[in-house]
Structure formats: C-alpha cells, structure tokens
Design a binder for this molecule. Structure first.
Ligand code: PLP
Length: 401
C-alpha cells in the first residue's frame, strides 16, 4: 500500500479532504463515487489514449540533453511536455476531464485560469467536443496575459474577468466555485491542477500520470532500466510534478526534487514558495499549506511566473514534502530567468518560465557522472519571450551570458 496516495476519505496524511459549501455536497459526492469507475473503464481508456496520441501528440519525447549533461556532470533527459498541443502538460488533464464530464451527462464546462494556459487547454477541448465553455480569470491576469484571452475567445469560450481580491488566480478559483454553486446540476468544473476538493487532486494526478508512465518505458528503451536516479519538476499547484513522479512515488531509489517559485526569496514578502512559507489552512476546498497571515487571510503570491502564482499547493505535495519524500527547492526569479536562457542557448529549447524553475534546480544539486536525471519541461516559452528579454539583465547579473 502506498504511503503517498490518497486515502478513502480523500486525504493525503493530514492534507486534502473536501471542504465545500452544503449546496455542492451532493455534486462533489457524486463525482467522488463516479470518477474511478468511469476513468478505469476500458471505454474511457480507449478514448482517452486515442486522443492523447492523435490530438495531443503523445508520447512526448524523452530527449537526452547532451550539452546540459556535460555542464552538470550527469545524464540529463528532458521530458518534453512543451511539445504537446497547446504548448504544455495542461492538455493531458483537460482531455481526460472533458471525457469524464461527457460520460457524467454534463453540458456546460467552467474553469479557472491564471496565466491562461489552463483556460486555453480547457477552451480547446470544449471546441473539440462542441461544449459550452466559460472561463474565470482575474482582471489583472486578463490584462497581463492578453494573447491567451484572445486564444480562448477564438476557441469560442466566454472569459469572465474577476474583479474581487487581488484579481488574480486565487480569486478566479473562488469565482469558479461560486458559479459552480449556482449550477451544480448541469455544470462540470474542470480544475487545472492537483488542488480543489477531493477527488480533484487524485483525478488530476491520474490524468497527468501518463507522463511517468511514458518515462518508464522510454528509459527502459534508452538506458535499459526503467527508473532514473533523480526526477525534477517545477511545482505550482502540483500537476506536472504529480504526473512526473506518479509511478515512482514509492520507489525509494528515485530522488524527487521539486522547484517552487521563490520570487524575490522565500523569506521575503514577495514569494510564491508555499511549501517553504505556508502553514496549514483550507483553500478552495482542501486542507493544504497556504500563505496566510495570523488571522487566516490569504496572502498574495508573488513570482515572475504567472503559472506558479498561487498561494497554495496541492495536498499530495504537502504530505510528501512533510514526510521528507520530496526535496523542495525555492528558486528565485533571477535564477529562473537564467535557467531559461541557459536551456535556450545550450539546447535550443525555450522553456516556459515555470519550467525554467526546474532547470535552475540543477545548479543546486550535486550529481555523480552516472546519475540519470529526468527533468520535465512542463511547457514552451513562446508566451514568455517578452519577459525573458525584458529581464535579461537579471540573468546577466546572475551568470555570464
Ligand atoms: C500551469 C503551469 C505550471 C504550474 O502548474 P502545475 O499544476 O504545478 O503543473 C507549470 N508549467 C507550465 C508550463 C504551466 O502552464
């Protein structure tokens, strides 16, 4: 029995659960009862895997990064989620959840989004399935992430700017939950990361677990053994990390290193390093580590990376970090920008700034030359080119480009 999987009540150790308003109780309970029988059915698996193959473009390559391997004195393989349709790992999850929604007879889809990546991935699968899609997005993010708003609109989604609180991701989540409360019967809420009330963290982790399923056979093919010495991923809510580690959680031969967004530093007021800084609280339906003040008011997260800009972190990761199974590093903005430039200049791959946090973790680890390291590049950096260029000086000061 795994120490790190969700238990029957929806908890990972002390974290998780389903803290929802009474009006959603029956809806969430129904989802808890139905999700496993549906996603484990042969019919679901056939449809899901066919779409992953022909629509998303899976399997994503496991690429041996020769120059970066030399640089860091290890055998570095990159899991290329940046090559998926829509440019990140998020689509693995939205494809799965929309199939589940259809099988549950739902007709309307809602989602929250921060940077807009999950909003685009949701709008994409809604177009694919001909379903109505409404996306909640903080008004600040609507301005900051204009291209993704346009993409969602072109895909036929309705984007609702949210003007409460800081007008960012956390507020968009609250608003999506509020909407769900008003339309529990016909609406399916496609949650974008390993967060939210049970069963969402488990559902999302299973949908993303295709990443480590592929790593297993790809490593077997390439190096003749199916496990690495290290797995490295960035962590916001925790979905690409969960997918990367899913089939290795209980394999103690594999060290797991996760990179969270330090912003200006985890010990400053400008950070999104929730595992370093958070305390136990309830946010968006689950008990997790959250950044909050003494009165339990949520503190705004700060990072250069819009996709990691969330004051909480999924319950699975709270538990694994607490148990000491994962090593969590806080990567600051300047280190991430440097990591992004480094991968770009050494391998010709422009990573999302989120993924650049994982790259930057390499500098903080000491490897043996024989160590096999698999690092997930969660998304591509087209959306971030302007930010990279604007902050080039940051990387210059940190290293020598
Ligand atoms: C959304 C996003 C993340 C952060 O979300 P997780 O759920 O922690 O994976 C990381 N990388 C990219 C490219 C993203 O779009």
């Amino acid at each position: 029995m795994s120490n790190y999987q969700v238990d029957k009540k929806g908890y990972y150790g002390e974290f998780g659960g389903a803290y929802v308003p009474e009006i959603l109780y029956a809806t969430v309970k129904n989802l808890q009862e139905q999700y496993l029988p549906i996603i484990e059915s042969q019919e679901f698996k056939d449809e899901y895997h066919a779409l992953l193959r022909d629509y998303v473009g899976r399997p994503s390559p496991l690429y041996f990064a020769r120059r970066m391997s030399e640089q860091y004195g290890c055998q570095l393989y990159l899991k290329r989620e940046d090559l998926n349709h829509t440019g990140a790992h998020k689509i693995n999850n939205t494809v799965g959840q929309i199939l589940l929604a259809k099988k549950m007879g739902k007709t309307r889809i809602i989602a929250e989004t921060g940077a807009g990546q999950h909003g685009v991935a949701t709008a994409t699968v809604c177009a694919l399935m001909g379903m109505k899609c409404e996306v909640f997005m903080g008004a600040t993010d609507v301005e900051r992430q204009h291209t993704n708003v346009e993409r969602m609109k072109m895909l036929g989604a309705e984007v609702h700017p949210v003007r409460t609180g800081n007008m960012t991701l956390s507020d968009a989540c609250s608003e999506a939950i509020r909407d769900w409360c008003c339309h529990p019967a016909d609406t399916f809420y496609i949650v974008g990361s390993t967060m939210g009330p049970h069963p969402y963290p488990d559902l999302v982790a299973r949908m993303q677990s295709v990443i480590s399923e592929e790593i297993k056979w790809q490593l077997q093919e390439k190096i003749g053994r199916d496990y690495p010495d290290y797995l490295i991923a960035c962590i916001g809510g925790g979905s690409n990390a969960a997918g990367t580690i899913y089939h290795y959680m209980d394999d103690e031969r594999v060290k797991i290193v996760l990179a969270e967004a330090g912003g200006h530093g985890w010990d400053t007021d400008y950070t999104a390093a929730t595992i370093h800084r958070g305390t136990t609280g309830i946010l968006h339906g689950a008990k997790m580590l959250v950044m909050q003040n003494e009165d339990g008011q949520i503190q705004e997260a700060f990072t250069i990376s819009a996709g990691l800009d969330y004051p909480g972190v999924g319950p699975m990761h709270c538990n694994m970090a607490k148990q000491g199974r994962t090593q969590v590093l806080s990567i600051n903005d300047d280190e991430a920008i440097y990591g992004g430039y480094e991968l770009t200049r050494m391998e010709g791959i422009i990573p999302a700034i989120e993924s650049a946090h994982a790259i930057a973790a390499l500098k903080k680890l000491t490897f043996k030359p024989s160590d096999v390291v698999v690092l997930t590049v969660s998304g591509r950096g087209d959306k971030d080119v302007e930010t990279y260029l604007k902050n080039k000086q940051m990387a210059k000061e940190y290293g020598n480009f």
